[in-house]
Design a binder for this molecule. Sequence first.
Ligand code: GDP
Ligand code: MN
Length: 398
Amino acid sequence: MDIHEYQAKEILAKFGVPIPKGALAYSPEQAAYRAREIGGKLWVVKAQVHTGGRGKAGGVKLCRDEDEVTDAADELLGKKLVTHQSGPAGKIVYRLYVEGGVAIARELYLGFVLDRKSERIMVVASAAGGMEIEDIAEEKPDSIVRISVEPAVGMQAFQARELAFALGLAPAQTQQAVSTILGCYRAFEELDATMVEINPLIVTEDGSIMALDAKMTFDDNALFRHPAIAELRDKSQEDARETRANDRGLSYVGLSGNIGCIVNGAGLAMATMDMIKLAGGEPANFLDIGGGATPERVAKAFKLVTSDANVEAILVNIFAGINRCDWVAEGVVQALEKNPVKVPVIVRLAGTHVEEGRRILARSGLPIIRANTLAEAAQRAVIAWKNDKSADLKVVNA
Ligand code: GDP
Ligand code: MN
């Protein structure tokens, strides 16, 4: 789960990371009021959206007086911000963060990620901050320093000092840099984050260290341990299809193809997507309905998949181990009888009680296209989708 910059800053500040003075605003008037509260002569109005690259996309505005703050807020609120990270759909700006402007002497990069290969937290830093880490890796690879943390002992002060030294910080800044780096590490570790990124971490003109931007991502599977973090979820920033699925306990990832997938098991769902591609189609989603695959879950899955307007065929692929194909078949039939779908439905059942499951589908009289193997199912789905499409075209052309 991602959170907003202002939320990440609030969390990191509790772990001793210095941040500029700032406050949240939902309207231009409130933004101006916040600027007055903060004081000073320079402010930054920042769009709060779950994506990076806001600066280049016009989502970060430097303002010199209250009128400029009002105008910047007016322009940003309700706007769809499309950055090179957001995807073409962009993210809508509903919240703004107003910050006191800071005079920057240097911009550094500081990141914490989970390195799955070494099973450790990896700390990444670079003196070439302000640009994306991918660009730094491409243009200034030598500037990147990495430190991996031994999980049994956690990050050590000497490691943070090494990073501060590699970043070329003066002795006067070392202490502050060390407590900032260790603070980020503790936040990452204690709150089950999967990513903490400060870009840029700055040295101000008067020589202090400050996090000017902050990004945090959390492990969804650990959120139950951190209810206060779970509450920070902002559904307005998520794919509506995924939010709906999450709320129903289904594991769903929206994609851009036309063949909707309803599968039990993540591995089988991945394999199903591969087979659809191999057969010349594009999956509309990844959907794992879980091992249970009860009639209720199947019905929910149908609702979810058909709510995506791009879906032009649906492939149901169930492998019943503990589950039973006849129950799943009942579920599919009930779901389709209650809410008929307008697109071709292809069902492949395998495993326990498969014969009875197939008989139930056949007896239902529903226009279900049946398949025995995964390859067959994917091919039939793609063919049915293409035929259905050309039939639609014929109607349009008639
Ligand atoms: P991002 O583009 O989404 O990563 O947003 P950032 O919060 O990193 O802001 C983008 C850029 O705006 C930073 O790299 C800074 O160069 C600039 N910026 C942000 N806040 C300030 C500030 O207080 N003063 C100045 N001078 N520049 C700022
Ligand atoms: Mn940034």
